[in-house]
Design a protein around this ligand. Sequence first.
Ligand SMILES: C[S@@+](CC[C@H](N)C(=O)[O-])C[C@H]1O[C@@H](n2cnc3c(N)ncnc32)[C@H](O)[C@@H]1O
Length: 377
Amino acid sequence: MIGALRLAISSRISDKDDFKHILITSDKDDSKVLIYPDSHGNIIYKHNGKESQILTAEIPELVEKLARSGYHHLTCECWSGIMQIDIPSEKRGKLKINYSQPTSLPDLGEDKNLIDIDEASELLEAMEILNSEGHMTDNMRRKYVQVDSFIKLVYPLLKKSSQQKKVKILDCGTGKSYLSFAMNYFLREKMRRSCHFYCVDTNSELLEKCRRIKNQLNYDNMEFRVSSIMGYTPPEKVDIVCSLHACDTATDEAIAKAIKLDAPFLLVVPCCQHEIIDQLKEHPLKAIARHGVYKARLADLLTDAMRTLVLEVAGYKVSVSEYVSPIYTPKNIMIQAERIQNKNPMAMKQYIDLKSTFGDISMKLEDMLRDFFSNQI
Ligand SMILES: C[S@@+](CC[C@H](N)C(=O)[O-])C[C@H]1O[C@@H](n2cnc3c(N)ncnc32)[C@H](O)[C@@H]1O
């Protein structure tokens, strides 16, 4: 019986990103023991108001000791589900183990926000999307809608994979990490999924602020790394690479990184683009590019079209959409890619043709993937 107890506990606490707490109560009186990770990932053992720090590996043995001394009801809560154990008082009795998982997933109604403002007020206040009076300014409402709409597109991808599978996400050009914080909230609190976030940005001050928010929210499954996107490689395979408004060629870095990491999914919303506009000199659409505004839009369009083709060349199926209304941001193009590993010689030809039509424009994205594509591009 004790062996089965140890096994059941060990299986649930092995993923530190998933483990929330263990509560174990005594039959004899109201005594309770709580074991939980704090905001720094240390495991805390709390008994009769007294706290001490223990190691994860010590938990099964401590639970076993408690079981022997009359603590017979145990609840182990993980983000991905809850396990309840009733420990029999006699030696030969059998453990009663009951697992429960969320049965209904959040509804993705057309006009419904996934992140409910009232329910998620603690998160939204920590991120300063809600101010201290609980109010959302127009500027912050735009950010909130962008983030909520982004997560709406991630949600169906998550539903495709098993509830037990831990989701690993790389957020490129994370900035204040609105997207990652909100996605972590949604995955853990609403979808009850185990997940881990790697958030990268060159701005160390912003990431310091993110670390403070992470501690405040107890989100110990989030990491913030000061680095260029290309300069960072996460320590494990990620499932999703995402990027919201990473400036200029930082979006290209996110695309190149996803391809190099062989990520199953990529979602990027490009921001400002400056790379191609000055190269637009000799091409058949000069009549359009005579006007600055048209020229800028043509450069944006061309940049995103070339990004799309590069992803297709790399074996991704790509869809492009306006993921929010332009009233929330004029930079509202979402490039979404799913790895299907199909060779696509047509995309290669179209990429080369497009380049030559516009006077052999060059893109840093091509340089970033030079060794990957070797002589394809
Ligand atoms: C417009 S902000 C967007 C931030 C955030 N994703 C959001 O939507 O609020 C762009 C971020 O990209 C970061 N950035 C720019 N170039 C980068 C690079 N090469 N590698 C990593 N981060 C970069 C900037 O420091 C900045 O925080």
